[in-house]
Design a protein around this ligand. Structure first.
Ligand SMILES: NC(=O)c1ccc[n+]([C@@H]2O[C@H](COP(=O)([O-])OP(=O)(O)OC[C@H]3O[C@@H](n4cnc5c(N)ncnc54)[C@H](OP(=O)(O)O)[C@@H]3O)[C@@H](O)[C@H]2O)c1
Length: 391
């Protein structure tokens, strides 16, 4: 007889990503509670699932009792409702109050820093684990930082560089990008988080072939706040190729435009852009979503001068997010994660085994030219505890 699966509560189940997460969990026969601000929209999502759901709970973001009631119906809350600058605290607090673990799809560095920092004590007191940023942002990058950096001992620096091809953003990602661009990003220098500043960056990074050398801009990536949680590191620099953000002739302008945008977003213009986003399509159609290709390059330099380089690649940013979020929810719900508090992905899950387990999704990685599975074999690969993620 198989053990019954723990119930997962999905908040923001009506969004582009929420619907992918719900479909993924339903395909694994995970009992689901769908929560969000509109019962009508939640019912429409439930109607797409062949086996239905355990419950639908309408819980507006400013109603703590309703949010806690929803969270209390499961052992894990998956938060897919962004921007997290606007929804994160309420959903996280409700999960902690209900004694449920928490995982989310955020790409917002500022929110990740808050979960790992200011919310850590209340999460530990509630005896729960919270892992923000368990999707494409920033699971593979954070895990690769650990795989590349940990064997070198104390690190002088970590350099993380992203390159994405064919990325069509959802409305939710565009709204979250607005939050991220308004100048609250941080950098990690000399062992401390510091304000990112607005100086344009003029730099390039040599990505592995066939990508080659690309102009890059500053990137308020999650690894800047997550990697110091599991690595002894002095400085972290995160970059993104400018063509990833603005393909075509606008790419060279990205480093100069970012500081201007940050200033503009502290004006009423932000509200106007927000309303304009509402009129855009929900997100890319399935074929375009699956066609996206991404590459993350991590170089670690040790205090003693040694260095190591890793690359992780894969497809389908939103599909991968649904996969890894579902894996994490199942692992948290089954008790496979023993750490408590606000956790970086590589604190909650074994870095190498979790990357290896994503091979069937098309995620591949290599360290100093040796393919991931081969390096895992020499390091002594262990068993996985649930599909994809391993505690
Ligand atoms: N970085 C990554 O790898 C990655 C991948 C996927 C998603 N994400 C992030 O996940 C978030 C969602 O993305 P998406 O593409 O699914 O966006 P979306 O399609 O716009 O969906 C947003 C969801 O959040 C809910 N929501 C928004 N504001 C809310 C509020 N004030 N109160 C209650 N519910 C609220 C919406 O509910 P209604 O339907 O009721 O409006 C909807 O369910 C974004 O922050 C995005 O950046 C990140």
């Amino acid at each position: 007889m198989s053990t019954p699966q723990p119930t997962v509560v999905v908040y923001g189940a009506t969004g582009y990503t929420g619907k992918l997460v719900v479909a993924e969990l339903a395909a694994r026969s995970v009992p689901l509670v769908l929560a969000g601000r509109s019962a009508e929209r939640l019912r429409a999502v439930a109607a797409t699932l062949p086996d239905g759901v355990e419950a639908i709970v309408e819980a507006p973001i400013d109603d703590h009792a309703a949010l806690q009631g929803a969270a209390g119906r499961g052992s894990v809350v998956v938060n897919c409702a962004g921007p997290f600058a606007r929804t994160g605290t309420a959903v996280l607090r409700a999960a902690a109050a209900a004694g449920a673990h928490y995982v989310d799809t955020t790409g917002e560095q500022d929110w990740i820093a808050r979960v790992l920092g200011e919310h850590d004590a209340e999460l530990r007191a509630a005896d729960v684990a919270a892992v923000p940023g368990m999707g494409f942002d920033y699971l593979p990058g954070d895990l690769l930082c650990n795989v590349v950096g940990a064997p070198l001992g104390p690190l002088r620096r970590l350099d993380v560089a992203y390159h994405v091809e064919g990325f069509g953003m959802t409305r939710g990602t565009q709204r979250s990008a607005l939050e991220m661009l308004d100048g609250r990003d941080v950098v990690y220098e000399d062992g401390a988080l510091k304000p990112g500043g607005t100086k344009p960056l003029r730099a390039s990074v040599e990505f592995p072939a066939p990508i080659g050398r690309r102009t890059v801009g500053r990137y308020p990536a999650g690894e800047v706040v997550t990697a110091p949680k599991h690595l002894d590191v002095r400085t972290i620099a995160a970059r993104i190729s400018t063509v990833s953000i603005a393909p075509g002739p606008a790419a060279p302008l990205v480093p100069y435009a970012t500081p201007v945008v940050a200033r503009l977003l502290r004006t009423p213009l932000k509200g106007l852009i927000d309303r304009a986003i509402e009129r855009l399509p929900e997100g890319p159609p399935e074929d375009e979503r699956r066609a996206v290709r991404w590459t993350i390059l991590v170089t670690a330099t040790a205090e003693d001068g040694g260095s190591s380089t890793g690359v992780v690649r894969g497809p389908d940013i939103y599909g991968l997010t649904a996969r890894t979020i579902s894996d994490a929810a199942q692992a948290l719900g089954s008790g496979a994660v023993t750490a408590r508090g606000g956790l970086a992905p590589a604190q909650a899950f074994d870095a190498r085994r979790t990357l290896d387990a994503l091979a069937d999704f098309g995620v591949t990685y290599e360290v100093d030219g040796v393919a991931g599975a081969a390096t895992a074999a020499t390091a002594g690969a262990a068993t996985t505890t649930s599909r994809g993620v391993s505690a």
